[in-house]
Design a protein around this ligand. Structure first.
Ligand code: IMP
Ligand code: MG
Length: 194
């Protein structure tokens, strides 16, 4: 298994960064009531943890988008829109990972058109070297290396989202050939996340 993937961020490291991000948001939004938007499905795990680290009145909303293909083309469809109107609201878009930035830039322009009072991004992982469209990420968890990563919400073929830590895939060919190649990691999670 160890030649297939490597632990990149442990459960503990993620917890620490999420707490820091929550503190930063708490400080910046004191006296305001931000809407924390979770971009389904990948960001759901991070969003749920981040919420509880934010100590101001906040509301949550969910958006589901689908990009065509496993990696981004910038062609994005809204599958589920927000329940609430964000006109005049302070909005924070919570993302799992920003890679090329194409998905998020589309999403941000859509939200911007609804005239929120403010619009910021909180991304757990920033694969900055892969950026095609510049994105201003106000709150960033980790500057992520250019590796395919899984776990803590991030999937391959809808698998691995429930890994409690983040791994980098070493053998991408093995995974493309068999999307379940890393499934034994799920069973070993208690041991490996310690
Ligand atoms: P972007 O449009 O290239 O920034 O792609 C963003 C989306 O691609 C993310 O929200 C993920 O769904 C997916 N993605 C990009 N890199 C990875 C990765 O390393 N692992 C899993 N999903 C990824
Ligand atoms: Mg995503």
């Amino acid at each position: 298994m160890d030649d297939l993937a490597t632990v990149l961020y442990t459960t503990r490291q993620i917890e620490d960064r999420v707490r820091d991000l929550g503190r930063a948001i708490t400080r910046d939004y004191r006296g305001r009531e931000p809407v924390l938007i979770s971009v389904l499905k990948g960001a759901a795990t991070f969003h749920a943890d981040l919420l509880r680290a934010v100590d101001v009145r906040a509301s949550v909303d969910f958006m589901s988008i689908s990009s065509y293909g496993a990696r981004s083309s910038g062609v994005v469809r809204i599958m589920k829109d927000l329940d609430q109107d964000i006109l005049g609201q302070d909005v924070i878009v919570v993302e799992d990972i920003v890679d090329t930035g194409l998905t998020l830039s589309y999403l941000l322009s859509t939200l911007e058109a609804r005239e929120p009072a403010s619009l910021e991004v909180c991304a757990l992982l920033d694969k900055s070297v892969r950026r095609i469209t510049p994105i201003d990420i106000r709150y960033r968890g980790f500057d992520c290396p250019d590796r395919f990563v899984l776990g803590y919400g991030l999937d391959y073929a809808e698998i691995y989202r429930n890994l409690p830590y983040i791994i980098a895939v070493d053998d991408m060919d093995a995974l493309t050939e068999d999307p379940r190649a890393l499934v034994p990691l799920l069973a070993e999670s208690d041991r490996r996340s310690a």
